[in-house]
Design a protein around this ligand. Structure first.
Ligand code: DC
Length: 220
């Protein structure tokens, strides 16, 4: 069994790296943030405020989230593209504060990790979701670098991007994700700390692959 947990703040490039590493090692890639994003999207669409726990609970009871062929499915609808906006980033961060929401996402995540070898990415995978993961990495980068990466990513996708707005949003989300009561963003004691501020994507992928090889003896 091989479970690689990659945690860290938003905009670190975790998704890009985790995906590449998963394909290199032949592992399944699971993006737990996508589940919070899908729930944030549904809450926004249905006018359910994150503060109203009863309403959120009712929403959760009639929500099915699934990953089919690398797509994020919300009640049977492919929302993979729709959830990649700044608005949904904040909605996801807001709704992820609630213990009932976390319990639902944790349940799906643990089930997925029990059926196959995975690279699972999020905020609390090594600390809470799979505390006995074979490899744990805490990946981060300076907020300025993360804002610039997100900016470039949006521009490359042909979307509007405002650097200052992105920078502020990253700082706000960092604060919110690290200060919530339930399962905040934090480095697991036994996680390898990786600052990627000065790394290219290739160097970052190699660094993560080296950690996996070092911890498990598995090489590619
Ligand atoms: O990784 P991301 O930017 O797609 O995550 C969106 C939000 O979801 C993030 O701001 C906080 C929340 N999240 C979380 O609380 N725990 C996780 N394991 C993954 C994401």
């Amino acid at each position: 069994m091989l479970r690689v947990a990659i945690d860290g703040p938003g905009g670190t490039g975790k998704s890009t790296i985790a995906k590449a590493v998963a394909s290199r090692f032949g592992l399944e890639y699971i993006d737990t943030g996508a589940m919070y994003r899908a729930l944030g999207l549904k809450a926004l669409r249905n006018g359910v405020p994150a503060e109203d726990e009863n309403a959120v609970k009712a929403m959760l009871d009639e929500t099915v989230i699934d990953f089919a062929g690398g797509k994020t499915m919300l009640d049977g609808e492919d929302v993979s593209g729709l959830i990649r906006t700044n608005e949904i980033s904040m909605a996801a961060s807001n709704i992820s504060k609630l213990a009932i929401v976390r319990a639902k996402v944790d349940e799906v995540s643990r089930f997925l990790a029990s059926t196959k070898d995975v690279v699972m990415e999020g905020r609390d995978i090594g600390s809470t979701v799979i505390p006995d993961a074979e490899v744990k990495i805490f990946m981060t980068a300076a907020p300025e670098v993360r804002a610039k990466r997100r900016y470039d990513q949006l521009r490359e996708a042909g979307k509007e991007a405002d650097y200052d707005k992105i920078f502020n949003e990253i700082q706000q989300r960092d604060y919110q994700d690290s200060h919530r009561e339930v399962s905040p963003l934090r480095q697991a004691e036994d996680a390898v700390y990786l600052d990627t501020s000065d790394m290219t994507i290739e160097e970052n992928i190699d660094a993560v692959a080296d950690i996996i090889t070092e911890k498990t003896g598995r090489a590619v």
